[in-house]
Design a protein around this ligand. Structure first.
Ligand code: TXA
Ligand code: MG
Length: 319
């Protein structure tokens, strides 16, 4: 067996690894990312290889500040308002790539746009400020699997052959990926629901439209069949199949399940988002359970994004 990547705490050491052109798992407030120098195609290729990700699926580029992001893309007034409100934080903006930005073509999969985010987690902030280049970082899971919300999850997924090390930043505060808005055209489009509720985004971008229905290109990575556990996952359940584990929500939990983990016993959707991937990781045990059932969640606040991920998990599960 090849060794798993080491979990490290030292940001200087992490910066040195990245400057050598290796890839490193990094903490963010949403999920852990698999990071590399966004200006070097050879490094970015290693990220795609480690994830087993199709190369047409572009990556998010992380910078330490709005000023650093403005070197890479053209900001409309609305994009700047969104950035000023939500950065640093769990929002990614798709914007026209600036000519001469120096970003590796593999990062954007040759699109004329780039997805940018300024993360808030203090550890990745410290790291970005020590580096002379921005970081390309998709979620640190093999393509199609559940996103990692702890250093341990990442360690379970990769070997030191693929990922040099994992920089530890503790459990992720939000536990759900960033919301993605395409602000490159006249009408902002919500490409992915995420750690910011739709209503909060609409307060800044009142004409925000849902990309799912408008027939244009959406985030290429938003195919159904993402975030898939190994076990078959059912959604909206109130009764158990034999041997099934339950991912519950709220105080009223149905009986008869082989095991129960509750996203939030008090019915708090922010807590539920933070627990979602952790609990899915814990229940995805084919040697123990026959499947995973999940309960219905309210469609307010982050409930919409959590349900979106569960639908995708259900579509890709069991195979
Ligand atoms: O919270 C997050 O966003 C995490 C952390 C690590 O920052 N990252 C993350 O990356 O979720 P990833 O690669 O798993 O998802 C990025 C999504 C994909 O669906 C991709 O297709 C989309 O962003 N994307 C990236 N660049 C794009 C572009 N130029 N146009 C449209 N979609 C883009
Ligand atoms: Mg992902």
């Amino acid at each position: 067996m090849t060794k798993p990547p080491a979990i490290i705490q030292d940001v200087h050491n992490a910066a040195a690894i990245l400057q050598r052109g290796e890839i490193l798992a990094v903490p963010t407030e949403t999920v852990y990312g698999l990071a590399g120098d966004a200006t070097r195609d050879k490094v970015v290729a290693k990220i795609y290889t480690a994830k087993g990700r199709p190369e047409f699926n572009p990556l998010i580029v992380h910078t330490s500040s709005l000023a650093a992001a403005e070197m890479l893309a053209e900001f409309t007034p609305l994009a700047r308002r969104l950035a000023e409100k939500f950065w640093p934080g769990p929002l990614s903006l798709v914007l026209p790539l600036r000519a001469g930005a120096g970003i590796a073509r593999l990062v954007t999969a040759n699109l004329p746009t780039i997805a940018l985010r300024v993360p808030a987690h203090p550890v990745i902030q410290q790291l970005l400020r020590q580096l002379p280049f921005p970081l390309a970082a998709p979620s640190a899971n093999p393509s199609g699997r559940i996103s990692p919300t702890s250093a341990q999850h990442v360690q379970d997924y990769f070997t030191v052959h693929n990922v040099a090390a994992i920089l530890d930043g503790g459990p992720c505060q939000y536990g759900l990926e960033s919301a993605i808005i395409d602000a490159s055209g006249p009408v902002p489009r919500l490409l992915r629901l995420g750690s910011i509720a739709r209503q909060e985004l609409s307060a800044i971008a009142p004409n925000l439209t849902d990309a799912a229905g408008d027939g244009k290109i959406t985030a290429p990575g938003m195919l159904l069949k993402h975030y898939a556990p190994r076990l078959r996952l059912r959604i909206g359940c109130d009764n158990a199949n034999p041997g099934e584990a339950l991912l519950a929500f709220g105080p009223d939990v149905p009986l008869g399940f082989a095991a129960v983990l509750n996203l939030s016993p008090t019915g708090d959707l922010t807590e539920a988002a933070a627990n979602l991937y952790r609990h899915l990781h814990a229940l995805d045990r084919p040697e123990k359970f026959s499947g995973i059932a999940t309960m219905i969640l309210p469609q307010t606040g982050l409930g919409e994004a959590i349900t979106d991920r569960l639908r995708r998990a259900a579509a890709g599960s069991g195979g």
